[in-house]
Design a protein around this ligand. Structure first.
Ligand code: NAD
Length: 286
């Protein structure tokens, strides 16, 4: 069994970004910039935002965190985004989700300039992804694809089962795998016989938010398991959506939690911010 080491790979990606950022600053006098908007005081969101800012700093990317109270109106938030769209120092704009209930997430995401949409959640970029055109790829599935590439896992012709069909993980994951010529089955909470789908799969990507949903008896021999889930148990321990101890001996490859897909997400966000800055450089010099 090969452990897919997201921690090591994320450090490699961050190093790649750091080198390219230094080049962009040196040769083109452009410093990539990322704005992160955090609404309310959700502890988990604040932790994620803090990690993103720290990773930007380490890579040489300028970042600014806009903390807004829960009471902010949708129009006030849209005004802030409009100003960020016009700010040439900001290449990427990211709104930390979830937003409070009185704010329409779709309206907010659609207000971000698609060329600054480093999360890849704007419908324009979602459409480009489905059409297999160059775009900002949502960071988590982008990170999973980089893992496949790094470990030489060929996807063409493989049966892949994606469990979970959210807009931020499951659906873009399924599109990327389809673009890579895999045969993709997407399951959700209404799927009748989950095991029938997973046992037919060469690769299972699980992103549901249910601790230990995926067990060894749901896998074929030598399956590859990508566990996107991050669940905090009552003990405070983090665990995935796959039962790692149960599954590991049946797998050819598996990601641990923590230390698997999680660290890749921030690394790929840095990559997207760098990409946005390079696009700015092209626009300014053409
Ligand atoms: P979500 O709640 O938006 O979507 C969950 C999906 O799983 C839905 O499509 C739902 O129908 C499906 N589902 C739920 N129970 C199921 C079941 N018993 N069988 C089959 N399908 C089921 O969740 P999300 O935002 O996609 O996140 C999923 C998990 O991934 C969470 O644990 C989250 O914390 C984690 N996550 C990790 C990263 C990362 O950086 N590694 C990023 C995003 C999300």
């Amino acid at each position: 069994m090969t452990l897919l080491d997201g921690k090591a790979l994320s450090n490699k990606v961050k190093e790649e970004v750091k080198v390219e950022v230094a080049q962009l600053i040196e040769e083109k006098k452009i410093t990539p910039g990322l704005a992160v908007i955090l609404v309310g005081n959700d502890a988990a969101s604040a932790t994620y935002v803090g990690s993103k800012a720290k990773a930007c700093k380490a890579a040489g990317i300028y970042s600014v965190v806009h903390e807004m109270p829960d009471s902010i109106t949708q129009n006030e938030l849209l005004d802030i985004i409009a100003r960020m769209n016009e700010n040439p120092a900001l290449d990427g704009i990211l709104v930390q989700l979830p937003l409070p209930k009185h704010i329409d997430t779709t309206v907010v995401l659609e207000a971000i300039d698609p060329l600054k949409d480093v999360d890849g959640f704007h419908p324009y970029n979602v459409g480009r992804l489905v059409s297999n055109l160059d775009t900002f790829l949502p960071a988590t599935p982008f990170g999973v694809m980089r893992m496949f590439e790094e470990y030489g896992i060929e996807l063409s012709g493989k049966n892949v089962c994606v469990i979970g069909s959210s807009d931020i993980v499951g659906k873009p994951m399924a599109s990327l795998l389809t673009n890579a010529k895999a045969t993709v089955t997407v399951c959700n909470s209404r799927t009748k016989d989950l095991k029938a789908h997973t046992t037919a799969a060469d690769v299972v990507v699980v992103a549901v938010g249910v601790p230990h949903l995926l067990k060894a008896d749901m896998l074929k021999e030598n399956a590859i398991v990508i566990d996107v889930g991050i669940n905090r148990l009552d003990t405070g321990k983090l665990t995935g959506d796959a039962d790692f101890e149960d599954c590991k001996d049946k797998c050819s490859h598996i990601t641990p939690v923590p230390g698997g897909v999680g660290p890749m997400t921030i690394a790929m966000l840095l990559k997207n911010t760098l990409k946005a800055a390079k696009l700015r450089e092209k626009r300014e010099h053409n």
